[in-house]
Design a protein around this ligand. Structure first.
Ligand SMILES: Cc1cc2nc3c(=O)[nH]c(=O)nc-3n(C[C@H](O)[C@H](O)[C@H](O)COP(=O)(O)OP(=O)(O)OC[C@H]3O[C@@H](n4cnc5c(N)ncnc54)[C@H](O)[C@@H]3O)c2cc1C
Length: 205
């Protein structure tokens, strides 16, 4: 009998859609595709919990630098009514708590595979099917799954290429900073992008 190795992945039951990432975008994609469109969906998340950026970035003082309410999902009036942000610009633990609340409130967790990284994605033109290769970071198990739709909600910068306080400064208004010699990265990729005023300064990476 052929032995299972990392080169011969196990196959999961085919899905309608695969979503990569369980941050703001991935959680909403799951809700929308599963609960509104009735699709069979699974989210793969490399991290051990949901929240994306707000799961990975826990440095002292981490918080959003836009009004917290702009982080509230608008798809549910009930959710909007029952959640109260405690501060104008909420700290990381509260944003992560909000995302965990949304995850549980809409029973999203059962369709998320945490600690699982999508390693490859191949589209077959003839059959119009995606084949995704995944790796479980705990067991190192490699699996393969097929889906009609593949949605990347992998974010741009959930894990920064450096350390806040050492070679990265997270500042709300770059005009107040001396930017000489720094590479400037804008971080917002949500609604805030339209007036993106938060930046991260990188030096000596
Ligand atoms: C320090 C910091 C502060 C920020 N502050 C603000 C702010 O104040 N206002 C604002 O609007 N935006 C801010 N941002 C931008 C923030 O990233 C977005 O607001 C938003 O949280 C992005 O959500 P997302 O779901 O698109 O992506 P992310 O939150 O980046 O989530 C993507 C997820 O995909 C997962 N993933 C990636 N690749 C794979 C893979 N191959 N397999 C499995 N999983 C994978 C990652 O682990 C991650 O959890 C900030 C970003 C950082 C880094």
């Amino acid at each position: 009998m052929k032995q299972e190795t990392s080169a011969s992945p196990k196959f999961d039951r085919p899905l309608d859609a695969v979503v990569v990432g369980a941050g703001f975008s991935g959680l909403y994609a799951l809700y929308r595709l599963r609960d509104r469109l009735g699709l069979h969906v699974r989210v793969y998340e490399a991290g051990g919990g949901g929240g994306g950026t707000w799961y990975w970035n826990r440095y002292p003082g981490a918080r959003c630098d836009v009004p917290s309410y702009s982080y509230s999902y608008s798809f549910s009036e009930e959710l909007d009514q029952e959640w109260r942000w405690s501060e104008k610009c909420s700290p990381q633990p509260e944003i992560e708590q909000y995302l965990n609340h949304v995850t549980d409130r809409f029973d999203l967790r059962r369709d998320i595979r945490f600690n699982t990284r999508v390693m490859s994605a191949t589209y077959d033109e003839a059959s119009r099917v995606w084949t995704l290769g995944t790796q479980d970071s705990g067991t190192d198990e490699h699996r393969s799954v097929q889906a009609r739709f593949f949605i990347s909600a992998a974010g741009l910068l959930s894990r920064l290429p450096g350390r806040i306080g050492e070679n990265i400064a997270h500042v709300p208004y770059f005009l107040l900073c001396n930017i000489h010699g720094y590479v400037i990265l804008t971080l917002a990729n949500t609604a805030i992008t339209s007036f993106s005023r938060q930046i991260t300064l990188h030096k000596n990476l």
